[in-house]
Design a protein around this ligand. Structure first.
Ligand code: NDP
Length: 285
């Protein structure tokens, strides 16, 4: 019987751990604060921001919301970031993506002080991950590592295939699995024979964005499957990149969608805020 990895339970565990550490910091007079910048009124972004605020409330992290109109100039946005960078009461800065057209995302993310880059998207954080230095790690891939570890799934020495090479999921995921001593292959839309590659995987991680694309023909018997995809079926039902019902009989462990990787992202964001506050507290001692 396959182990169904319960991301809801594990993310709650992490949020509870963060909550108790945040409370302990507060007792020492140190509040933890996340600043969230939202530009424009994209409905999906608004939902994400609302969920992040809810998680902040639960964990005791203060959230400061900066909502700017869609026609905000890049300079004004950069000015906000600069102000938050130099505000000692702010531990984490998050710019909700995507940004309206005409704003250079790389420039904006690159302006965040790496010591407050709780999303882990800033180039210094990305570079630190790839050369093995400490720094913030992008929340979804960091969440996948926690899911594996807390489910007792060993990573070292395993063949891991990551499908997807985006900057926010695929690439940092591959770097993290490498850091955990897996043998890592990254596949993408130009991979010649995807099945031949994925059938080598002891651990297959999908970050594709294609509803139920991966069926059992892509898998080795007994593989662990981690599905980062969040897609909709033609009927509008939430689903992953993996055809869950088809692969369930042949996998040793799997994350469902919803309830697998999804809830981990915000939990890891909360954890990154806590790590930032702890690092700045250490810096002041
Ligand atoms: P991107 O669209 O940025 O990247 C998708 C990747 O999949 C690309 O590298 C692309 O290859 C590859 N790909 C696309 N089609 C195929 C194919 N047919 N065969 C092999 N590879 C393919 O998406 P993201 O990385 O941002 O997101 C991926 C999924 O993860 C989405 O469903 C998204 O909603 C979800 N997601 C979930 C999060 C969570 O909290 N759980 C957070 C972020 C994302 P190429 O580079 O060649 O184009």
């Amino acid at each position: 019987m396959a182990l169904v990895i319960d991301g809801k339970r594990i993310s709650s565990e992490i949020k509870d751990e963060v909550r108790s550490e945040v409370a302990a910091l507060k007792e020492r007079g140190r509040a933890v604060t996340l600043a969230v910048i939202l530009v424009g009124d994209d409905p999906a972004s608004k939902v994400y921001v609302r969920n992040k605020k809810k998680a902040c409330e639960y964990t005791g992290i203060q959230s400061v919301s900066i909502e700017l109109p869609a026609d905000t100039s890049e300079d004004v946005l950069l000015g906000e970031i600069s102000r938050l960078n130099s505000d000692p009461s702010v531990d984490g800065i998050l710019v909700q993506l995507p940004l309206p057209e005409g704003i250079d995302e790389h420039r904006v993310i690159g302006a965040i002080d790496p010591s407050k880059d709780v999303d882990g998207f800033e180039p210094v954080s990305v570079g630190a991950l790839s050369i093995g230095l400490p720094g913030f790690v992008s929340c979804t891939p960091a969440g996948v590592i926690e899911l594996l570890k807390r489910s007792g799934i060993g990573i070292e020495g395993k063949e891991c295939v990551v499908i997807g090479r985006s900057n926010i999921v695929g690439k940092p995921m591959a770097m993290l699995m490498l850091r955990e001593n897996a043998t890592v292959t990254v596949a993408h839309s130009r991979t010649r024979d995807l099945r031949e590659v994925t059938r080598r995987a002891d651990i297959l991680i999908t970050a594709i964005g294609r509803a139920r694309m991966i069926d059992r023909s892509y898998l080795k018997e007994g593989a662990v499957v981690i599905d980062c995809g969040i897609n909709r079926t033609p009927e509008g039902k939430l689903c992953g990149d993996v055809d869950y019902d088809d692969v369930l009989p042949v996998v040793s462990a799997i994350t469902p969608v919803p309830g697998g990787v999804g809830p981990m992202t915000i939990a890891m964001l909360m954890n990154n805020c806590l790590l930032s506050a702890k690092a700045s507290e250490r810096g002041r001692q």
